[in-house]
Design a protein around this ligand. Structure first.
Ligand SMILES: Nc1ncnc2c1ncn2[C@@H]1O[C@H](COP(=O)(O)OP(=O)(O)O)[C@@H](O)[C@H]1O
Ligand SMILES: [Mg+2]
Length: 223
């Protein structure tokens, strides 16, 4: 049974004449590592938003663990699917980097020394510990991206959906991110990466879905 499935899904943004996603059928098993590729405007981010229940398709169905995505609250979806937007600034809202990581954990009921341990570990792992008291919105784009990714990683979702995660990240931090993703990938977390960075996705993913003009152009495993 697939973990996430899109069945004949179409989506058209209001005011647009052409659908952004056209009759797409895709299934994702637990633990897969997938690169979602395609030129700008081909519909990748829209597919991610549909999978996350952030957009409701005008046709077709999206299911998560065999239940319609519409049956879940956004919080319930967030516990299963961790998502980092293409523009991380939209996701950062606390006053310190530390709180950005701690917020979701507190929401899940993690408290006290356990909370501190998880935050410290992840910030140190990503070389963000020296920035822990900084205001997230004052960081560089790459640092913001990593903080947003860390905040989601800390919650240990079943699937991680990253939209253009390496866009503004330097090679040093890219390697840290790659290692962390390989590590959680080995432990069974599913990963979907929307990216043009083939060097990065080739080292992580064994399936590539190419989207063109709102449709799936190719979907295959790579050796
Ligand atoms: N909020 C929006 N309102 C209207 N049209 C949009 C919106 N977001 C994306 N689109 C359009 O939908 C199509 C697919 O966009 P998108 O999913 O962002 O592609 P990609 O992520 O592959 O670059 C494009 O034609 C884009 O212009
Ligand atoms: Mg996009």
């Amino acid at each position: 049974m697939p973990y996430i499935s899109l069945n004949r899904v179409s989506y058209i943004y209001s005011g647009r004449s052409m659908p952004a996603v056209k009759d797409i059928t895709l299934t994702f098993e637990k633990g897969e590592k997938i690169a979602l590729t395609g030129t700008n405007g081909s519909g990748k981010s829209t597919i991610a938003r549909l999978m996350l229940g952030l957009l409701k398709p005008q046709a077709g169905t999206v299911t998560l663990a065999n239940r319609p995505i519409g049956d879940y609250s956004l919080v319930e979806i967030g516990e299963r699917l961790g998502y980092v937007l293409q523009n991380p600034t939209q996701m950062l809202f606390t006053t310190t980097v530390y709180d950005e990581i701690a917020f979701g954990l507190r929401w899940k009921g993690v408290r006290g020394s356990e909370l501190d341990k998880v935050c410290k570990n992840i910030l140190k792992h990503f070389a963000l510990w020296p920035l822990r008291n900084k205001m997230p919105l004052t960081l560089s784009e790459g640092q913001k991206q990593l903080v947003a990714i860390c905040a989601v990683l800390a919650l240990k979702p079943a699937y991680l959906i990253l939209d253009e995660p390496t866009k503004s990240i330097d090679t040093f931090r890219k390697d840290i991110l790659l290692n962390a993703l390989q590590d959680i990938g080995h432990k069974g977390t599913g990963i979907i990466i929307i990216s043009h960075d083939q060097e990065f996705t080739h080292r992580l993913c064994n399936r590539e879905i190419k989207v063109f003009d709102g449709k799936v152009a190719t979907d295959g495993s790579r050796c």
